[in-house]
Design a protein around this ligand. Structure first.
Ligand code: 48F
Length: 260
C-alpha cells in the first residue's frame, strides 16, 4: 500500500481554502441554531431536512450538550413517547421499561442525533460561542448573531466578533438561555422577560416545554431548556423526550413562518 504523500504546506493551504469556502457560505443563513445539545440537534435535523440552510454554532468541541453527562454521569437517559418514534427513525436503540418509557445510551444518542442533522444537510461548527445578536428596526427584528472563538473568550482577550446573518435565530443553549438573555438585556424594546426555571416537576415539565416552544421576539426562537428558563417552567432532569420534541416543534414553527 502506497500512502499518498502530502507536504505540510499543502495541508495548510487545503485546510484554509476549505474552511474559508465554508465560512463564506454560512455567513448568510436561513437559520442559525446556537447550541448542539439535544434540542438544537433535533431542530437542525428537521430544518435542514426541509431544505432550509441551517448552521449550528457550538461552544464546545463536542456534540450533545447535556446528553453526554447522562444522569449524574451514569451513561443512560430516559426517553418517553412519542419521542421514541423519532429516535427509532434515526437508528437509536431503546431499552423498554414500560409502555412508552425507554432508556437510551447517552453516547449513542449524541452520535446519532448529530449524524442525522449533518446527513440532512445542517452544518455544525464547533469551538464557536455566540455572544450577541444583530437586530434591525422598522420593523424590529433579530437578523443574526455575533460569533467569537470560545478559546478567545476563555483567554479573556479583547477581540471583536464576526457577524453571521439568519432569517431565524434559535436559542438552544440550555438552562442559561444565553442568546435570549443577552437580547433581553441589550434590546429591552424586544420586551423579553426572563423569570428563570422552577425546581423539578418532571411529569408536567416535559409537556409544558414542548407546548411553549417557539418565537420569543421577531426572528428569535427558543427550544429545549431555554424555554423553561424564559417561561418559568419546572426542570425535568435526565428525561429527554421533550428536548427532541421541542427541537422538532421549533423547526415546524420556523418552516411555517419562513413559508417553506
Ligand atoms: O444544555 P444543552 O444540552 O441544552 P438543551 O438542548 O438540553 C438540555 C438537556 O441537556 C438537559 C436537561 C433535559 O432534561 O435538563 O440539561 O436544552 O445544550 C446546550 C448546548 O449549547 C452550547 C453548550 O455548550 C451545549 O452544548 N452553548 C451554550 N451557550 C452557547 C453555546 C453559546 N453562547 N454559544 C454557542 N454554544
Amino acid at each position: 500500500m502506497n500512502v499518498k504523500q502530502v507536504d505540510e504546506t499543502k495541508i495548510t493551504r487545503y485546510i484554509l481554502r476549505a474552511t474559508f469556502e465554508d465560512w463564506m457560505d454560512f455567513s448568510v443563513n436561513d437559520v442559525v441554531i446556537v447550541g448542539a445539545g439535544p434540542s438544537g440537534l433535533s431542530a437542525a435535523y428537521y430544518l435542514a431536512k426541509s431544505g432550509l440552510k441551517t448552521t449550528v454554532f457550538e461552544r464546545r468541541l463536542s456534540f450533545g450538550g447535556g446528553i453526554g453527562g447522562g444522569a449524574m454521569l451514569f451513561h443512560k437517559i430516559i426517553i418517553e413517547s412519542p419521542a421514541d418514534e423519532i429516535l427509532r427513525g434515526i437508528g437509536v436503540r431503546l431499552h423498554k421499561f414500560e409502555e412508552g418509557v425507554y432508556a437510551v445510551d447517552s453516547a449513542e444518542l449524541m452520535a446519532k442525533l448529530a449524524t442525522a442533522a449533518i446527513d440532512a444537510g445542517a452544518k455544525i461548527i464547533h469551538g464557536v460561542t455566540v455572544d450577541d445578536v444583530i437586530f434591525r428596526e422598522n420593523p424590529l427584528r433579530v437578523t443574526g448573531v455575533a460569533v467569537e472563538w470560545t478559546a478567545t473568550q476563555m483567554a479573556a482577550l479583547h477581540v471583536d466578533p464576526l457577524f453571521i446573518s439568519a432569517r431565524a435565530v434559535v436559542d438552544a443553549t440550555g438552562h442559561d438561555a444565553e442568546v435570549i438573555s443577552v437580547a433581553s438585556r441589550k434590546l429591552p424594546e424586544l420586551g423579553i422577560a426572563i423569570p428563570g426555571e422552577k425546581s423539578a416537576y418532571s411529569e408536567i415539565a416535559e409537556q409544558l416545554t414542548v407546548e411553549q416552544t417557539g418565537e420569543v421576539a421577531p426572528g428569535l426562537y427558543a427550544t429545549g431548556m431555554a424555554v423553561t428558563e424564559i417561561k418559568a417552567l419546572p426542570r425535568m432532569g435526565p428525561i429527554f423526550g421533550a428536548m427532541i420534541l421541542s427541537g422538532k416543534r421549533v423547526a415546524e414553527d420556523i418552516i411555517a413562518k419562513l413559508n417553506v
